[in-house]
Design a protein. Structure first.
Length: 66
């Protein structure tokens, strides 16, 4: 559970950096994101999920990161 809470904290830190460094650009990017078609957002989400699962697999099952 400790690792999970640390992971959530790291994700929040990582996700907040663009909003701190480039707030105006992030606002414009979020507007563009809101105007995208649903199918494109689904494809992007699926791709992000697949990359995340692959990275988790590499980290847990291989010695690549040790």
């Amino acid at each position: 559970m400790e690792m999970f809470i640390s992971l959530i904290g790291m994700v929040l830190i990582f996700e907040s950096l663009p909003y701190i460094a480039f707030p105006d650009s992030m606002r414009q990017w979020l507007r563009q994101l809101a105007e995208m078609e649903t199918a494109i957002l689904r494809i992007f989400g699926f791709f992000a999920l697949a990359v995340g699962l692959f990275l988790c697999y590499l980290a847990q099952r291989t010695s690549l990161f040790s």
